[in-house]
Design a protein around this ligand. Sequence first.
Ligand code: SF4
Length: 349
Amino acid sequence: MSARNRIYPVFIPHLGCPHACVFCNQHEITGAAEEEALGQLNSLSENPPQGAAYELAFYGGSFTAIPVEQQLRYLEAAGRARDCGAVSSVRLSTRPDAITPEILERLKQYGVETVELGAQSMRDTVLRASGRGHSAEDVRRASAMIREAGLSLVLQMMTGLPGDDDDGAVDTARQLIALKPDAVRIYPTVIVRGTELERRWRRGDYREHTVEDAVRVCALLLPLFEAAGIPVIRLGLNPTDELSGGAALAGAYHPALGELVRSRVLRNRAERQLAQMHCNGEYVTILVPEKKLSQMLGQKRCNAAWLKERFHLAALEICPDPEIADLVIEKDPYGALIEELWSHYPPKT
Ligand code: SF4
């Protein structure tokens, strides 16, 4: 793991956020208080880690929307951790409407290098229905300011918010790509206990964004970002004891969501190629780079079974090939011949 990837997360409390996003219950997710977060930072300075320094990440709230004095207490504690070598750089997440050139100047003075913006959607109807309290234009404006300030920009988007659909998610991804972020995170909606979304869901006013919904739509988004050279550094909420212990009531909560999505991307690609090659009823071999074999097969070989049924394949082999860098699909010209021979000359047992 590189030093840049060695993240030390500090969850800041919800204080100061005047909004009530329908999916958010910061207490359920973070539960941290200011003293607790500052205590974490102070002990980091007192006991610097062995090995490479951490990248300190303030998550869990809208950092630049909390009172300035409180921001300064966090930033000064982060500065001490930097001074003693425990921390190499600082990143934080915030809202698009809590960014100004002055705010960014202050962050830079305290060594912040990366700002993550919770864009969530680039459709104003979705943002309104989700109680976000900012517009898509706020995302564009804040992104431009962060880039102009010379800071790294990470954009976060969600799928499955009220009023959104697959087209809306693809449209959001395209608009985020146009903002040239250094990376993105995708968070399919989870219904967390105690949120407005839970109440809507229980009333029947919101349809759950299932794991399958999330896998389907994220398998459209991931190739878009990758084709644009933008890394997707997170797919799905980080599993936590609270969420796994019952706070995640429904929705797209799955500890291996990223793997499921990458597996679906490969299935989609194989499906397209098999259709283009008119493989219905054929004997087919799919060669995959060794490290992608399990993704191509899918959990419990579900991709293999799905492709076989979808194209009524006579046989489907999925084999690793150390020589190739990408999928290679071959119709097996000998498969039918061997089958025919066997029908005339069945193997002796
Ligand atoms: S802006 Fe962020 S912290 Fe505030 S309610 Fe929305 S998601 Fe939660």
